[in-house]
Design a protein around this ligand. Structure first.
Ligand code: MG
Length: 399
């Protein structure tokens, strides 16, 4: 028999004096965070009651649950812009997510917002994406048009509330209201049936992740675009934000290789955008006079955002990348292949639901055939979808 003595916990008398308990971290939050930041001790809690942890706050625990989730690990093989097998250099959804979390944490700390909540929202923000990036999302939207639709934020909430199976007494990760709320507030669909009253703004931590998401992908897509050869550093000089930093780097670091000049330009763009975001957000928060997270929810609009000038430059960059990168023939070809794979998988399962794995087959009884197929396909990584397609449609592929 193995010894059954539980390991000592910080609440035990005499436990390693000097270690930090949850209550102490909560007290630090209370002392250090801005009045409009969300405090973990004020969380509206979890759907299923659980005792609090001894040395992790509610949001630290959410972050850990997200990192250990299957959907999080699968981000490694899900497309950001390039399908995973196109090359190891390019961002995947996992590395994109890590970059967003890093940038959002930095900005949250500068604004005295709750870093752990910000990190949890950032790490979970793309959990609702299926394989093959936005193209995959459009295909699932089309396939589900008659069956309740598909939207990645709403689906992210399904992943954390229902589809992750890790705990003995409930489905999902049982995350706090505030992390779940971030999905709901960024979804264009009405999620009041899930307990999120309509007409409220996201918390500042959630607003911050949203802006950091676009800031991050616009910057890293310049890097991936240049590395792939689809856009050149000269092409990008049509965009003010790129041109300003590129010219500065060329002037001040003429000896650097072309590749390193491009990397330095991306780094400067991120730094410039984050600095602008922190400064203009702080000005707007101050002007609004908000003194609590609820006051943030009750505002008529968003408080996190760029200055007018940076907003214009970000929009211009986004527009440029849509025109010249995301719609490039190489990416369009990948998108067309992705569409065919997902369409064929969906209809094959529809015709013969017994090909679904046993967990998905049991889920059909709960949510109906099309939703269960959609949940299964959305859970797949790019290569899982490609391999499953080969198993179903290539006559000589081993099952
Ligand atoms: Mg994202």
């Amino acid at each position: 028999m193995l010894p059954t003595t539980p390991s000592p916990r910080p609440s035990d008398p005499g436990f390693a004096t000097g270690t930090v308990t949850r209550r102490e971290i909560e007290a630090r939050e209370d002392a250090q965070l801005a009045p409009y930041a969300m405090r973990s001790q004020d969380s509206a809690g979890r759907v299923h009651d659980e005792p609090e942890h001894d040395y992790r706050t509610a949001y630290m625990r959410d972050r850990d649950r997200i990192i250990h989730a299957s959907a999080f690990r699968k981000l490694e093989y899900k497309t950001q812009v390039f399908v995973n097998h196109e090359g190891d250099y390019y961002r995947t959804r996992l590395t994109h997510t890590m970059e967003v979390a890093q940038i959002a944490r930095t900005a949250a700390r500068a604004l005295r917002l709750n870093e752990d909540l910000t990190e949890s929202i950032a790490l979970s923000h793309d959990l609702g994406h299926g394989p093959f990036g936005h193209k995959g999302e459009y295909v699932l939207q089309e396939l589900m048009a008659e069956h309740g639709g598909f939207e990645h934020n709403e689906h992210g909430l399904r992943v954390v509330d229902h589809l992750e199976l890790r705990y003995p007494r409930w489905r999902g990760l049982n995350l706090t209201y505030e992390v779940r709320e971030a999905f709901a507030r960024h979804s264009p669909r009405d999620l009041s049936a899930h307990g999120f009253p309509q007409g409220q703004q996201p918390l500042l931590e959630a607003q911050l992740v949203d802006v950091c998401d676009s800031l991050t992908y616009l910057a890293h897509d310049c890097d991936d675009g240049v590395t792939s050869g689809i856009v050149t550093t000269l092409d990008l000089c049509d965009v003010d934000l790129w041109r300003n930093h590129w010219q500065h780097v060329v002037r001040t670091e003429p000896e650097l290789s072309h590749e390193r000049k491009a990397l330095l330009t991306v780094k400067r763009m991120i730094d410039h955008a984050v600095g602008d975001l922190v400064q203009s957000t702080w000005e707007r928060i101050t002007a609004s006079g908000v003194t609590s997270p609820q006051a943030v929810r009750d505002q008529g609009g968003l408080l996190v955002g760029f200055s007018k000038d940076m907003h214009r430059m970000q929009r211009h960059l986004s527009h440029y990348l849509h025109e010249h990168f995301y719609c490039h023939p190489r990416l369009m070809k990948m998108g067309t292949k992705a569409r065919r794979i997902l369409m064929e998988l969906f209809s094959a399962y529809q015709r013969e639901p017994r090909m679904l794995d046993l967990v998905a087959r049991a889920w059909v009884d709960e949510v109906g055939l099309e939703r269960a197929i959609c949940d299964r396909i959305a859970s797949m990584s790019d290569r899982e979808a490609q391999e499953e397609h080969a198993r179903l449609f290539s006559p000589f592929e081993r099952i």
